[in-house]
Design a protein around this ligand. Structure first.
Ligand code: FAD
Length: 396
């Protein structure tokens, strides 16, 4: 039977709920406080929109560390393959990059968003309300919005909140909704920056020499955790793929010890013995920098960093260069945030146990995952589950 569904939040999670619900014959009213839809999604496309990942599902789900069991169920229900099929359904081809990551053919988010929102806007059962800011939710499912015309109340039958995390406020994802949910007695965990940069006290010399330089093909480690990839040096510290991959563990180390010491392996493809052997081949006429460049193939960034961090360069330190991280960068700069609506207070269909008929999808749920397509896949799979819940007549 057709239902009237109220969705608040027009990012990928809310838009995907709308798309699926309209296909099932429901009526959808979508509200967002921004002047446009999918602003963060568009930003995500700036550096190449990594939609999802092609790795085996068994390995894929391990990326949702604290919620692996739940996400194993969610991702198996709406898989990375299904996400690529959805893109194709709306007229956008995807491809698998050499790293296994999945991108739209033109790497951008704009075409997906355009095709997707056109299908919604052309649908007779879809009603879009932009510049509507949700300011209160009552237990009887009355929503109050601030609008350019003043306050508006909406009495909803079924509500999906897809309000995003708490970073990149300029995209509309300001996290202020946390107060509304807590007022309603919905379980919530505080936001923390994830997939974020960390601060290091660099010398002025290093900042001048290396601002925005990249360390490529390195491996970072923090205790037993390792991440290969790239690190960008910034005036305040470091960021980049390898840092994001460890950010959750770096965060908890800083919380416990006020600092985190990570190690950088500048030659992860060489064993320590190989590095020693090459290191010892230095000719008398070669300066140390020249020798490191010629025989160990270390670039200017690596050599400057070694000089900054160490009194004496040796093979052990090329394989294990320690770096002290002091704190995470401010939450607004983070690619994603952990924290949000706790799964403990929700049913299997991500419906509030306290307020039946109130569902949650996307980044506003308390999950985190590294970059690499796991964030968007998580948003799509949670949206899919919510719609499944709305579509079945009775469930626990
Ligand atoms: C720089 C950057 C790069 C990224 N790159 C990738 C990537 O390559 N791959 C990947 O998987 N992920 C990436 N992400 C993360 C990804 O974009 C997000 O996880 C995703 O957009 C979250 O979708 P969502 O629908 O849950 O929330 P959002 O996209 O944040 O949408 C939430 C919506 O809710 C609205 N809203 C919030 N509060 C209210 C309110 N009170 N009233 C009304 N409306 C409200 C907002 O205006 C917004 O439109 C990136 C993020 C950033 C910042």
């Amino acid at each position: 039977m057709a239902k009237n569904i109220t969705i608040v939040g027009g990012g990928p999670a809310g838009l995907f709920c709308a798309y699926l619900l309209l296909k099932e014959g429901h009526h959808v009213d979508l509200y967002d406080h921004s002047s446009g839809l999918g602003k963060k999604f568009l930003i995500a496309g700036n550096g190449g929109l990594n939609l999802t990942h092609s790795e085996e599902l068994n390995s894929f789900v391990t990326k949702y560390t604290d919620n692996e069991k739940l996400f194993s169920d969610l991702i198996n229900d709406f898989t990375p393959r299904d996400l690529s099929d959805f893109c194709q359904e709306i007229g956008v081809e995807t491809y698998v990059g050499s790293s296994g990551r999945v991108f739209p053919k033109d790497l951008k988010a704009a075409q997906i968003l355009l095709n997707w929102t056109k299908r919604l806007k052309d649908h007779p059962n879809f009603n879009l309300n932009l510049k509507y800011s949700l300011i209160s939710i009552q237990e009887d499912k009355t929503l109050t919005f601030n609008t350019p015309q003043g306050e508006r109340k909406v009495k909803a039958e079924t509500i999906i909140l897809a309000l995003g995390g708490a970073s990149w406020k300029k995209t509309g994802s300001d996290g202020k909704w946390s107060e509304l949910c807590q007022r309603l007695g919905i379980e919530f965990k505080d936001f923390e920056p994830m997939n974020c940069g960390f601060e290091v006290s660099w010398s002025d010399f290093l900042i001048k020499k290396l601002d925005r330089s990249h360390l490529k093909n390195i491996e970072l480690s923090l205790k037993q955790r390792r991440a290969k990839g790239e690190v960008m040096i910034t005036p305040y510290g470091i960021e980049g793929g390898a840092v994001y991959a460890l950010s959750k563990f770096i965060q908890s180390e800083i919380t416990q010890n006020n600092e985190a010491i990570i190690n950088i392996d500048l030659k992860p493809d060489l064993s320590l013995n190989d590095v020693k052997e090459k290191f010892e081949r230095r000719k008398a006429k070669d300066s140390l920098s020249n020798h490191l460049r010629k025989n160990l193939n270390l670039d200017k960034t690596s050599i400057t960093l070694l000089n900054e961090c160490l009194k004496e360069i040796n093979p052990e330190l090329i394989k294990r260069l320690p770096l002290k991280l002091e704190r995470a960068r401010p939450i607004d700069e983070a690619i994603s945030t952990s924290g949000g609506i706790s799964f403990g207070g929700l049913t299997n269909y991500l419906e509030s146990q306290k307020v039946p008929g109130l569902y949650f999808a996307g980044e506003m749920l308390d999950f985190d995952a590294p970059t690499g397509g796991y964030l968007l896949q998580g948003c799509f799979s949670t949206a899919f589950r919510v719609v499944k819940g709305i579509n079945i007549p009775t469930h626990e």
